[in-house]
Design a protein around this ligand. Structure first.
Ligand SMILES: NC(=O)C1=CN([C@@H]2O[C@H](COP(=O)(O)OP(=O)(O)OC[C@H]3O[C@@H](n4cnc5c(N)ncnc54)[C@H](O)[C@@H]3O)[C@@H](O)[C@H]2O)C=CC1
Ligand SMILES: CC(=O)C(C)=O
Length: 258
């Protein structure tokens, strides 16, 4: 097992991140489960260990640069390298633009944008020193390609993630590091439970109706599960995607077409 590659996934105590961790562990990676929520991170790592996978949990807040560098350091101390780093952690925010406060802006930019850049920095500094190709994979969204009413600030953070992905791809190619992003559509995680609850307030709908309304536009006729996203991230983490960099790819069942 000495040649097992190592993947770090931020925000992987639950939701899409957990799905990615499960898939990469099944692909043969040693996985590091990072989350600001220590309990869910440890529970996910234990679930994987109980299945005979190599996994451990690191509590950390992606919006703190020191936590991101410490995450990489702890990974290297335990597993020897960081081959794949998935900047998955992110938060939602639902509000009309005219109601957004300075505090709202700061909170979401700290996690979704600053957090992604700190992850890129920490991962790249380590990957530069290693042999072999590194992969940095960022969580974008359909909202990183199009602005949606009431999701304007969230959307703007995902446009920023797309920009960081394109620039990091260009700056890091010289170190054999590929940088790409996945852009899910409507995934049934706790993020959408929160979005639905807030949309109800703004759109005058019943609980569940906002989710259904967004889901109506899905060409494939169903909302997503984390595994639908994880299957694509598995490709981005593998050598099959060695010739892809700087892309923010829709994996949304056909909601937006570009
Ligand atoms: N659910 C959806 O429909 C979509 C989600 N996405 C993106 O996918 C990513 C994952 O989303 P979900 O799994 O749905 O969300 P979720 O809310 O179910 O899970 C997010 C996880 O990130 C963790 N987290 C939050 N802040 C953190 C921080 N500062 N440091 C470390 N961990 C932190 C949470 O504790 C949680 O475990 C996010 O970046 C989100 O923007 C993109 C498109 C659609
Ligand atoms: C949460 C999210 O990215 C969307 C567009 O639903």
């Amino acid at each position: 097992m000495a040649d097992q590659k190592v993947a770090v996934i931020t925000g992987s105590g639950q939701g899409i991140g957990k799905g990615i961790a499960e898939r990469l562990a099944n692909d043969g990676f040693k996985v590091v489960i990072n989350d600001v929520n220590k309990e869910t991170a440890e529970a996910t790592a234990k679930e994987l260990q109980d299945q005979g996978k190599e996994a451990f949990a690191v509590e950390g807040d992606v919006s703190k640069r020191d936590d991101q560098f410490s995450l990489v350091k702890q990974t290297v101390e335990k597993y020897g390298s960081v081959d794949v780093f998935v900047n998955n952690a992110g938060i939602d925010q639902v509000a009309p633009l005219l109601e957004v406060t300075e505090e709202d802006l700061k909170k979401i930019y700290d996690i979704n944008v600053f957090g992604t850049l700190y992850g890129i920095q920490a991962a790249a500094e380590q990957m530069k020193e290693q042999d072999g190709r590194g992969k940095i994979i960022n969580a974008c969204s359909i909202a990183g390609h199009k602005g949606y009413s009431f999701l304007g600030v969230y959307s703007s953070t995902k446009f920023a993630v797309r920009g960081l992905t394109q620039t990091a791809a260009q700056e890091l190619a010289q170190f054999d590091i590929n940088v790409n992003a996945y852009c899910p559509g409507i995934v049934g995680t706790s993020m959408w439970d929160r979005i639905d609850a807030r949309m109800v307030e703004y759109m005058g709908l019943e609980p569940g109706e906002a989710f259904e309304k967004f889901a109506e536009g899905i060409t494939l006729g169903r909302t997503q599960e984390p595994v639908d996203v994880a299957n694509f991230v598995s490709y981005l983490a593998s050598s099959d995607s060695d010739y892809m960099t700087g892309q923010a790819v829709m994996i949304d069942g056909g909601i937006e077409f570009s």
